[in-house]
Design a protein around this ligand. Structure first.
Ligand code: SF4
Length: 738
């Protein structure tokens, strides 16, 4: 992306933060909090997730067979099934049905698939009046805007904004103001339109192959009216919506509302086996009992492929087809919470999983527009009711986008300075620079302190912003001339006489070259607890290239890390890691990058540093060998995203409390920096917007100590608070005099 491209993207994000940010933040955070509360009431939440996952895995595996069965049952029920190859094919079929029924008006309940195929535009161009009946969708139709969220499409609009829109557009006798007034007004308007409709269109959350039943999960109930009032019903659904049987619906009904909007159950769960048997209603003849009407109905099920069958054959995109479109991955995502789906979304889909959908149904170019907004923090994986590895889908698509690009005019420079394992068009310059940070860190240490002066000199920052898109408002962290490994090599051996454990302390790039003091503190802490520590020379874990979608480079680093640490693991050493994002590489991401025989031992024997301290103390090590608060002292602690996702934040709290500190853990889940994300010119404002929630909380705490576990969080907190936080282990380390 050119400098102008970065500036344009930054401007668009700033505009959305200004105009839509508040409404999006309030609503998504409300949904996310509701999700935590609602799933906590379930004794068997994890079992339900596993069950739902297995049903989807099975359904996609047997998709051709299930589609055949579904077709047979729907036809036996009296309906018609049409499998549409793409959007144009689906639209043509729908238009033909409308034409055959002389339809002047079609009413719709909410359906993402119908938005994907843009059926509204297609029908309206052919003279059919298409009316959305979902309140949010109708508001957007009136406003002529696009959805910003897959479940709550008008989440970006405030009540005041909707009132102004309705008052201007409909000029009611009394101006509308309250939520109740607006809802009642919309209800009356929509009822009139539904009464006069010739065709009703729905989507389908699930379709059961055994009975031809469709499950519609809604908040308003207009889907039922859409199905029962007109005599012709068209359901438009992606082929992936089929599940084997009605019994399979149970875990999904339990999970979908809780995951999406935090409701224990959504207001309406309609199970319909169309064509429905209720007679149609003649609104012009209210005297005749409904039971005397005719159940003469037509039902057309349009199953949309539009790239899905190809996604099924794609090792990575296949998992996208398990998605039940609950929106939990959007609501839990810090970037989405700030900027919403108008930035973090493509033609139809928004949020974390949108990359998979848009890459599959629209193509890489569309996915490329917003894919970088996923920072790979992995919170969404825990939120997803079907356990989709959304960050990995985003990473693989990013890699494909990189490979489809052209080499930029300055790429030869980066290639010379920081050779990597990428091939094809290659990632853009900005990604290559950040993806190869390890090489820059080595140069930075070699030439420190000169490198620090140069990197932060005004003209250099201006040049970096113009050429690479590194935001000039960020200070680069200082490189240390003496790395952690050098320090360790130069000091006298401190091997305890009778060591409790043997540990290899992994010198991640940031600890080794920049935050050396925290590394020294970790080594001293482990030694104080009777551990024999070694700090070997080891390559970077590959987090930096992986975050840029440079999978080949990340894999090559993973292989070298496994070569460096594997012999220690074989020899009975534990691996202790300070940087949570690198620990997540060892425990999770390496599963994608290494063969099982290399990945599994490393994953099994790797520990976060304070988690390891906790384990040592719990197993009898003398905690009093560590430093303590020495009196009343409060700590504001921010745990790293991936540390939270791995469930490791609690160990730090427990150890700090054991040493006498009063600890408050931030309830803001993300600092907003996310590695290089917050350094990028196009994302600086978003990064600071996300981070400000954390800054506000920590400023109000006025704690004696501010500590953070990750490098990114450390950098961001320094920018937010003015002073750099320390790592928790620095409060624990006894003074070693070295
Ligand atoms: S990926 Fe998972 S969390 Fe996101 S919308 Fe789909 S089912 Fe929900």
């Amino acid at each position: 992306m050119s400098s102008k491209g970065h500036e344009a993207k930054a401007a668009r994000i700033r505009e959305l933060l200004e105009t839509e940010g508040d409404a999006v933040a309030t609503n998504t955070r409300g949904f996310n909090t509701g999700r935590y509360e609602s799933v906590a009431k379930l004794d068997d939440y994890q079992r339900l997730r596993q069950e739902a996952r297995e049903i989807k895995e099975d359904a996609i595996e047997r998709l051709p067979e299930l589609l055949e069965e579904l077709t047979e049952t729907v036809e036996a029920n009296g309906g018609t099934v049409y499998v549409a190859e793409d959007a144009a094919d689906a639209n043509r079929y729908v238009a033909e049905v409308c034409e055959a029924r002389d339809a002047e008006r079609l009413v719709k309940s909410k359906s993402m698939t119908s938005e994907e195929i843009e059926v509204n535009d297609y029908l309206q161009a052919r003279g059919v009046d298409v009316v959305e009946t979902d309140l949010g969708e109708w508001v957007l139709q009136v406003a002529d805007e696009s959805p910003s969220h897959i479940v709550a499409p008008a989440i970006h609009k405030s009540r005041e904004g909707i009132a102004a829109l309705f008052n201007e557009r409909f000029d009611p006798d009394e101006p509308l103001e309250t939520a109740e007034e607006l809802t009642m007004f919309a209800r009356e308007q929509l009822l009139e339109r539904i009464k006069g409709a010739d065709v009703g269109m729905t989507g389908a959350n699930f379709l059961t192959a055994d009975t031809g039943t469709m499950a519609l999960v809604t908040s308003e109930g207009n889907a039922r009216k859409t199905v029962t009032v007109p005599d012709t019903h068209i359901a438009v659904a992606g082929v992936e919506k089929v599940v084997p049987s009605v019994e399979d619906l149970q875990p999904f009904v339990e999970l979908i509302g809780r995951s999406g909007t935090g409701q224990d159950i959504t207001s309406y769960v309609s199970l319909l086996t169309p064509p429905v048997e209720s007679p149609t209603v003649d609104f012009d003849d209210p005297e005749t009992p409904i039971t005397e009407g005719s159940p003469d109905r037509e039902f057309h099920l349009v199953l949309v492929d539009n790239g899905r069958l190809a996604m099924r054959e794609d090792d990575t995109l296949r998992e996208t087809l398990y998605c039940i479109r609950c929106s939990a991955c959007s609501n839990t995502c810090a970037n989405f919470q700030s900027v919403g789906g108008h930035a973090f979304g493509g033609e139809t889909y928004s949020g974390g999983i949108a990359t998979g959908w848009e890459a599959g149904v629209e193509g890489l170019d569309t996915a490329a527009e917003f894919n970088d907004l996923c920072t790979g923090c992995s919170r969404c994986v825990e939120a997803c009711p079907v356990k989709i590895d959304i960050p990995w889908i985003n990473t693989v698509v990013r890699d494909r986008i990189n490979r489809s690009g052209d080499a930029g005019q300055f790429d030869f420079l980066v290639d010379g300075l920081t050779p990597d394992a990428e091939s094809g068009g290659g990632p853009e310059l900005q990604k290559r620079l950040f993806g190869n940070f390890e090489t820059l860190a080595k140069l930075g240490s070699t030439f420190a302190p000169l490198s620090n002066w140069v990197a932060n000199a005004g003209p250099v920052k201006g040049l970096l912003e113009r050429t690479v898109g590194v935001d000039r408002r960020r200070e680069f962290p200082a490189f240390q001339r003496e790395t952690l490994v050098d320090w360790f090599d130069d000091r006298d051996s401190r091997v305890p006489a009778d060591p409790e454990r043997k540990a290899v302390f992994y010198p991640d790039v940031y600890t080794n070259h920049m935050l050396v003091e925290r590394g020294k503190a970790a080594v001293r802490t482990l030694e104080a607890l009777g551990v024999e520590v070694v700090v070997p020379r080891a390559p970077g874990a590959g987090r930096a290239p992986l975050s840029q979608g440079m999978i080949a480079t990340a894999r090559s680093k993973a292989e070298r890390v496994a070569d460096a640490l594997g012999p220690y693991v074989e020899d009975g050493y534990d691996v202790v890691v300070l940087e949570p994002s690198d620990l997540a590489m060892f425990r999770e991401d390496y599963a994608h990058l290494l063969p099982a025989e290399a990945y599994e031992p490393l994953a099994e024997h790797s520990y976060e540093a304070v988690e390891y301290v906790y384990g040592l103390v719990a197993n009898g090590a003398d905690a009093d060998a560590l430093a303590s608060a020495g009196g009343p002292a409060s700590v504001a602690y921010h745990s790293h995203c991936q540390q939270r996702t791995m469930g490791l934040a609690e160990y730090t709290v427990a150890v700090l409390e054991q040493r006498g500190y009063e600890v408050t853990t931030s309830d803001v889940e993300c600092c907003g920096m996310a590695g290089s994300f917050g350094y990028k010119e196009q994302y600086y404002d978003l990064s600071m917007d996300v981070g400000e929630n954390l800054g506000e909380q920590f400023r109000s705490l006025e704690a004696d100590h501010v500590v953070a576990s990750g490098t990114s969080c450390t950098d961001q907190l320094e920018d937010l608070l003015g002073d750099p936080p320390r790592h928790p282990v620095e409060l624990l380390a006894p003074d070693g005099g070295d």
